[in-house]
Design a protein around this ligand. Structure first.
Ligand code: IFM
Length: 478
């Protein structure tokens, strides 16, 4: 781990720094058939044989829907001052259109009130991948109407909770929704159509823009609206022009396709050109780019590991090395001439290389590209094979080392001038890790998936001390 050496001076953060943990609705809530909730694309996908490890699904997940007071108490006990969660669209608006279900909204109101009562600031994500199935049946994100429906849903949630939630995030990682959902098919809805993936990306962008205006039209002006992107740090295998061209190609598809329109009001010309054999982009209508480029109050960055690419040498690609699951369909439309490589170094259970320098690089890039826009790390964390010891405790020194190294990188970016305001650890607790089911544990709180018992890992105690003191502990926290 390149940045993990103990620093000579204590690593401390600004006093107002936000220390949180993050989760998402389908990964933790369960209660999928309660109180009027209808299936989302992830219910359908996870119940389709062969789509998730061991056929795992989120029917019960970690039962947060019923256990949220215990989960909020856990966070309060640790000393966190923020919590990022997502709303299940089909719990609030079961068909994805029309009136809201009050009992669905009431769940989130109770959750938010519980957080506020304990001094934990809620950050609400409207969409973390769980499109109501009815909207997918009507065409899903490749269709323009889904963007309109998303804005209507945003308005409903904004009206209901805008008086008590100040931090709003429209979309989480739209790259995954578009390219894993409609390109490689390893995520719901499992379609494998490169043109549909690009259409989905545009309509997610449009949905973000429309939802941002809808939120602003119903919420107090003090509330902040952001988007969380899993922007990639794309590095070349060599400095050759061909490898640098491969970086451009993937950077456009991973980053430019979202931050181009969202931050700069245009898709990169190189993206449009490189994908011209896949799609003609005729669904980008006059005015769309203006709608998408809404002024934002903050930008959320989710970071796990960098991506290493080169020009393909014509040899068969072998197992996919881009870290986005096993599929013979690529999530990178029009990039058949790019090869992905494993980066060197220590890996997490996901097979993702631990490289905190990538987080620093990413922050500095967005500090330059979006000057004046406050940045939040809305996800960062690691899966390890955590076990409950005979003493009933869970010791996860690797996760502590990971967090220390990445937080040190965040601090270095602040010192270098970036306006980073907060950090949300992924994840509060072990949960349903999408196509990997329950096989990968990202939590700082261990969950026994049979009994649903929660046990804070040593990383939770460590991170709690960070949150309470605003500094990285110099001695191990037991
Ligand atoms: O679990 C996911 C989360 O839902 C989105 N970002 C990446 C995490 C780890 O894979």
């Amino acid at each position: 781990m390149s940045d993990s050496a103990q620093p000579a001076t204590p690593v401390t953060f600004p006093p107002a720094f936000v220390w949180g943990a993050a989760t998402s609705a389908y990964q933790i809530e369960g209660a999928v058939r309660e109180d009027g909730r209808t299936p989302s694309i992830w219910d359908t996908f996870s119940h389709t044989p062969g789509k998730t490890a061991d056929g795992d699904h989120g029917d019960i997940a970690v039962d947060h829907y019923h256990r949220y007071p215990e989960d909020v108490a856990l966070m309060a006990g640790l000393g966190l001052n923020a919590y990022r969660f997502s709303v299940s669209w089909s719990r609030v608006q079961p068909t994805g259109r029309g009136p809201a279900v009050q009992v669905g909204l009431d769940f989130y109101r109770r959750l938010v009130d519980e957080l506020l009562a304990r001094g934990i600031r809620p950050a609400l994500t409207l969409y973390h991948w769980d499109l109501p199935q009815e909207l997918e049946d009507a065409g899903g994100w490749p269709e323009r109407d889904t963007a309109q429906r998303f804005a209507e849903y945003a308005q409903i949630v904004g009206e209901a909770l805008g008086d008590r939630v100040e931090q709003w995030i429209t979309l989480n990682e739209p790259w995954c929704s578009a390219f894993l959902g409609y390109g490689s098919g390893v995520h719901a809805p499992g379609r494998t159509d490169p043109a549909a993936a690009l259409r989905a990306a545009h309509h997610l962008n449009l949905g973000h823009g429309l939802a941002t205006s809808a939120l602003r039209s119903v919420m107090p002006a003090r509330n902040q609206v952001a988007i969380s992107l899993n922007s990639s740090v794309v590095r070349p295998l060599s400095p050759s022009p061909a490898d640098l061209a491969a970086v451009r190609r993937i950077d456009d598809l991973a980053n430019g396709v979202f931050h181009g329109p969202v931050l700069h009001g245009a898709y990169p010309a190189t993206l449009l050109e490189a994908t011209s054999t896949v799609t003609d982009w005729s669904y980008v209508l006059d005015g769309d780019l203006r709608t998408i480029q809404q002024p934002l109050d903050a930008l959320g960055l989710n970071y796990y590991t960098p991506t290493l690419v080169s020009a393909a040498d014509g040899a068969p690609d072998g197992p996919r090395a881009d870290g986005h699951g096993a599929s013979s369909f690529s999530p990178w439309p029009g990039a058949e001439d790019v090869a992905f490589h494993q980066t060197a170094g220590e890996r997490t259970e996901m097979g993702w290389t631990v490289d905190p320098s990538g987080l620093h690089e990413l922050i500095m890039r967005y500090a330059r590209e979006a000057p004046g826009l406050p940045l939040y790390i809305t996800e960062n964390g690691a899966a390890y094979e955590d076990k409950v010891d005979a003493d009933g405790r869970v010791h996860d020194p690797e996760r502590i080392a990971y967090l220390r190294a990445h937080l040190t990188a965040v601090r270095r970016a602040i010192t270098d001038g970036a306006d980073v305001r907060g950090y949300y650890l992924w994840s509060l607790m072990d949960n349903f890790e999408w196509a990997y089911g329950y096989a990968k544990r990202f939590g700082m709180v261990h969950v026994d998936f049979a009994t649903l018992e929660r046990t804070p890992k040593s990383s939770a105690r460590w991170y709690g001390e960070v949150a309470r003191t605003g500094a990285l502990p110099e001695v191990p926290v037991a």
